[in-house]
Design a protein around this ligand. Structure first.
Ligand SMILES: Nc1ncnc2c1ncn2[C@@H]1O[C@H](COP(=O)(O)OP(=O)(O)OP(=O)(O)O)[C@@H](O)[C@H]1O
Length: 269
């Protein structure tokens, strides 16, 4: 299997603090990964290293077989779709655009539509809207969409340029129970298909790891506590250590549901 991501001995330091510590990690084509960890464990920092927004202090990073330092980061970024809260926070720039316009703007990774779109691009934007269950709101303006509809719109936007990898960074904040499950269901449906883009799903919550996710990278204090097939990583012991609280995992319908087994002393953590 071809390597989509390979990190060898990667460290990242800032202000004399080692934020990412000696990460060895390989993502192969056909795998979908969750990056899981508590607040401050290094998830966002790792994403910045993979997308070239920050440079590793040392170690080797290879994405799509291209080694950083010997390749154009811009060319690599064109092959990655990214759904992140920071993109949505800029939603005032999207004022006046409809749901389908925003999806289409992912074609050239722009805010708004500046370049000419082909008929094929427009068709694809409508098709993605339908696939995401946004048929009824495709012509509605962003400001009128619910949070759940917005998340789906930006996820469709991340898929618009047919990326080889899609990064979905903590997408469920602000979603109610049903909207969260609907979003996760879309994600699962899309990524269980053969030849779907490699998924990197970043979350604090194990129960958001949908069946389509095959592997988990569990971070703690910038280190990989465990990395591998999800059932080997999402164990009581690893999760309890990662989140500093005793955790019990129960698998149901191929989803890991967690229970905090003891709330004693939790307030002092
Ligand atoms: N540019 C920076 N300069 C200094 N420290 C930083 C910088 N970026 C991140 N950090 C620190 O590195 C640690 C990891 O941060 P990071 O944002 O990667 O964690 P995270 O797992 O994404 O957290 P969260 O789940 O809360 O979003 C934190 O202690 C953070 O304060």
């Amino acid at each position: 299997m071809v390597n989509v991501i390979k990190l060898e001995g990667v460290n990242w330091e800032r202000d004399q603090k080692r934020i990412i510590q000696n990460i060895q990690w390989e993502v192969k084509s056909g795998e979908h990964w969750a990056i899981l960890g508590a607040n401050g464990s290094g998830k966002t920092s790792l994403l910045k290293l993979i997308t070239g927004y920050e440079w590793a202090t040392n170690g080797k990073i290879t994405v799509f077989g291209e080694q950083f330092g010997q390749t154009s980061i811009l060319e690599i970024r064109k092959r990655i779709g990214w759904l992140s809260a920071s993109l949505e926070e800029r939603h005032r720039h999207y004022n006046g655009l409809t749901c389908v316009d925003i999806i289409a703007s992912g074609r050239h990774a722009s805010i708004g539509i500046h370049e000419e779109l082909s008929d094929h691009d427009v068709e694809r934007a409508y098709m993605l809207a339908d696939q995401m269950g946004l048929s009824k709101v495709k012509e509605a303006q962003l400001g009128t969409l619910s949070q759940g509809e917005r998340k789906k719109t930006f996820y469709a936007r991340a898929l618009m340029a047919a990326p080889e990898m899609v990064i979905v960074d903590e997408p469920t904040s602000g979603l109610d129970l049903l909207a969260r499950e609907q979003f996760l269901n879309q994600l699962h449906t899309h990524h269980q298909k053969e030849r779907s883009p490699t998924l990197l799903y970043v979350t604090h919550y194990p129960e958001e790891i949908v069946p389509a996710v095959t592997h988990v990278l569990l971070l703690k204090n910038g280190e990989a506590l465990a990395a591998g097939p999800k059932k080997e990583v999402l164990t009581n012991d690893y999760l309890s250590e990662a989140f500093d609280v005793p955790i019990h995992v129960a698998w149901r319908d191929e989803r890991p549901w967690i229970q905090i087994s003891s709330l004693e002393n939790i307030g002092s953590k």
